[in-house]
Write a protein that binds this ligand. Structure first.
Ligand SMILES: [Zn+2]
Ligand SMILES: [Zn+2]
Length: 390
């Protein structure tokens, strides 16, 4: 392990920041106190600070030397609507909200990197420290891109990082190409005709639609996709009926679809529409499909992945960098930034064994032992990409 000395010295302070943020979680677009905490520290470090991006986003700017080269490093600020059960002393003070995805750790590591890079003065160029709101579900990263963040802060590449509890602390993983899936949601509403359950011939039973549709939707992945292409269709909600002896008028199905490639995503949506229309016609009722593409796949570019591998290797050593991990069907709104700019999103190992709670688990807590590693990665990446003449 090759921690940056200034980062190792900051480690106790960074752990304190992380605990403060963990105890005061805020959810999508409401990260006011978190944004103020970030802005205040960036200003104390002497950085130029921009607030109010996508509502509660913050960008810190560190310029040094004469080069016009610039890169962006990004963290996310938001927490989740979860009742914390971790039992740690720094547990959430905001009931019903919890940093169960480790964005408290991400924010801390990026702040720590800003502080260490400002102290070391070893870059020639500009680093933009991007703290985005609303990563979970609400696409704060998309809003920042649409607001023109990359015009306001021109950079040649943007980098992201997420803690990964299923990988051991002291390791990192990244790959060129897709690392996280596209995230779509769908809602199907089938409307038949309610009737007495003892006289079904007098109605059009939407329950029959539901039972056939759920099964048929599973044929999209098994029968329509190339066997070597990845896709997921999960029906996660069925809503219909109130009692034993009434056939309801309507059934609502909801769920999510995941994919890595645009043509797979197109196939899933197209086949879903055909299946919904076909089953509705079969049972003489109407059905509507609302299919919404929320986050695209997170796709790393080749050159920048090479840069990320170089920085990770310098910190944790070649044997602890996995350059071909199995991609995840989870999703990430950093994908919108990668659609606009070249870059690389990496996983930072935070696991301590099979008992480590997963992301979004109420017993989860970011692993403090990973803070200095992730922070050293950011510092090393910036100094390698914006090298000062020695
Ligand atoms: Zn999450
Ligand atoms: Zn997350």
């Amino acid at each position: 392990m090759n921690l940056v000395p200034e980062v190792a010295a900051l480690d106790p302070e960074l752990r304190g920041w992380r605990h403060h943020l963990h105890a005061h979680p805020e959810t999508a677009f409401e990260e006011k106190a978190t944004a103020a905490f970030v802005a205040e520290r960036l200003a104390q470090m002497g950085l130029e600070v921009h607030t109010g991006l996508a509502g509660t986003g913050v960008v810190g700017v560190l310029r040094h030397g004469t080069s016009r080269a610039a890169i962006g490093l990004r963290a996310d600020l938001d927490a989740l609507h979860i009742h914390e059960q971790s039992g740690v002393p720094h547990s959430s003070r905001n009931e019903g909200r919890m940093h169960a995805c480790g964005h408290d750790g991400h924010t801390t590591m990026l702040l720590g990197a800003a502080k260490a890079l400002a102290q070391r003065k070893r870059i020639d160029g500009t680093v933009y420290f991007v703290f985005q709101p609303a990563e979970e579900n609400e696409g704060g990263g998309r809003v920042m891109v649409e607001e023109g963040m990359f015009d306001r802060f021109p950079m040649s590449a943007v980098y992201g990082m997420h803690n990964w509890p299923s990988a051991p602390v002291g390791t990192m993983a990244m790959r060129a190409g897709p690392l996280m899936g596209a995230f779509d949601i769908f809602e199907i509403v089938a409307t038949g005709k309610g009737a007495h359950a003892a006289m079904p011939y007098q109605g059009k039973d939407p329950m029959l639609f539901a039972s056939h549709a759920i099964g048929a939707l599973q044929t999209i992945v098994s029968r329509n996709l190339h066997p070597l292409d990845a896709g997921v269709v999960s029906v996660t909600q069925v809503h219909a009926g109130d009692t034993w002896n009434v056939i309801p008028n309507q059934v609502v199905l909801r769920g999510t679809a995941r994919s890595f490639k645009r043509d797979v995503q197109d196939t899933i949506e197209r086949r879903m529409r055909t299946i919904v229309d076909g089953i509705a016609a079969t049972f003489e009722m109407t059905a509507t499909l609302r299919y919404e593409r929320r986050y695209p796949a997170t796709v790393n570019t080749d050159t920048e992945t090479g840069h990320a591998i170089a920085a990770a290797t310098a910190v944790v050593g070649r044997d602890h960098v996995d350059t071909d991990p199995m991609p995840s069907m989870g999703s990430e709104d950093f994908a919108f930034m990668l659609q606009a700019k070249p870059g690389c999103y990496v996983w930072l190992g935070t696991g301590t064994g099979p008992e480590t709670p997963s992301l979004h688990n109420p017993r989860y807590d970011f692993n403090d032992d990973a803070i200095a590693i992730g922070t050293s990665y950011w510092v090393t990446l910036a100094e390698q990409q914006l090298p000062a003449a020695r």
